[in-house]
Design a protein around this ligand. Structure first.
Ligand code: NAG
Length: 286
């Protein structure tokens, strides 16, 4: 089984700081939420939307109101009355089962400017689906758009854009990107050769690329062991950065992680934009 979130060692490109003992304690809020947290997203409402693949058998939490999912495409359980997504309410420490209809295994997503969660793709019958969780209503559930994507997306990366759309980049055997929502219903995907160049034969090593919006409006896209600055509006690479030291892959299958470090704004200007890339494994290792 391929897990989406495995973080192994950490390679830090910063000066180590001396650790200060901060005290504090851990407490267990709930012994179980009924599903595995393969994916999680904190909403502005202080609720956490959690979801797991649907094709791994029953979970430990039932769907609400005796609902069941009949999915002839599911590989393991065609009739399933258990939930594979939940909403965790931090304030009340409670869990509410949610219903996903298609397989969200190794999908991707992100928040829209209005605070709703848009989550795209997945495996099998979920690979072209766009799912929306609207945070504006208290008891909302997932709404699915079956053919919301132009391409199948499995292990793609999403990023919200200044115009309020999301860009959805890559995924297995997808060397392209697309937007949600579409500018027009017929809008297709756009090719992105960088994902061909960074795809290692048999190992891929460039799935779930690390994507950040740069202060100049372009996207910083890191895949495998190198990065480019990409103008998604003109479909053009505007800068190619040097490869990482050692050249080992930082993305899938031994997926590391990356973060845009806090921007230092001085007189309305950001002098330096820094991205920290952490983890990965030598080529050929899982
Ligand atoms: C479901 O419950 C069983 C038995 O307690 C446990 O072994 C399993 O890890 C649980 N699975 C989840 C996803 O919580």
């Amino acid at each position: 089984m391929v897990a989406c979130l495995i973080i192994i060692s950490c390679l830090l490109f910063t000066t180590p700081l001396a650790a200060v003992a901060g005290g504090g304690t851990w407490s267990l809020l709930r012994p179980s939420i009924g599903i595995s947290a393969m994916h999680m997203q904190l909403l502005p409402t202080d609720r956490v939307i959690i979801y797991d693949r649907t094709d791994f058998g029953a979970s430990n939490i039932s769907l609400a109101d005796g609902k069941c999912r009949h999915d002839p495409n599911d590989i393991v359980l065609k009739d399933d009355c258990t939930a594979h997504s939940v909403e965790y309410d931090v304030a009340s420490n409670s869990v509410r089962p949610l219903m996903v209809l298609t397989d969200v295994w190794c999908s991707s997503g992100g928040l829209m400017p209005d605070g709703s969660l848009v989550q795209t793709g997945g495996f099998n019958d979920g690979d072209h689906v766009v799912r929306i969780f609207n945070n504006a209503c208290g008891e909302c559930d997932w709404v699915e758009i079956p053919l919301g994507l132009a391409q199948r997306r499995w292990y793609a990366t999403n990023h919200v854009l200044p115009d309020g759309r999301q860009i959805i980049i890559g995924g297995r055997r997808q060397f392209n990107y697309e937007f949600y929502p579409k500018a027009a219903a017929a809008e297709k995907s756009y090719s992105f050769p960088f994902l061909v160049e960074t795809n290692d034969f048999k190992f891929e090593n460039n799935l779930y690329p690390f994507v950040f919006l740069n202060t100049d409006g372009n996207l910083f896209v890191f895949a495998n062991n190198r990065a480019v600055l990409f103008d998604y509006r003109r479909n053009r690479v505007v800068k190619t950065y040097p490869g990482v030291p050692g050249g080992e892959p930082r993305n899938y299958p031994s997926t590391g992680s990356a973060v845009l470090l806090p921007l230092r704004v001085v007189q309305a200007t950001v002098a330096v934009v820094e991205v920290l890339v952490c983890g990965g494994a030598p080529k050929g290792h899982l």
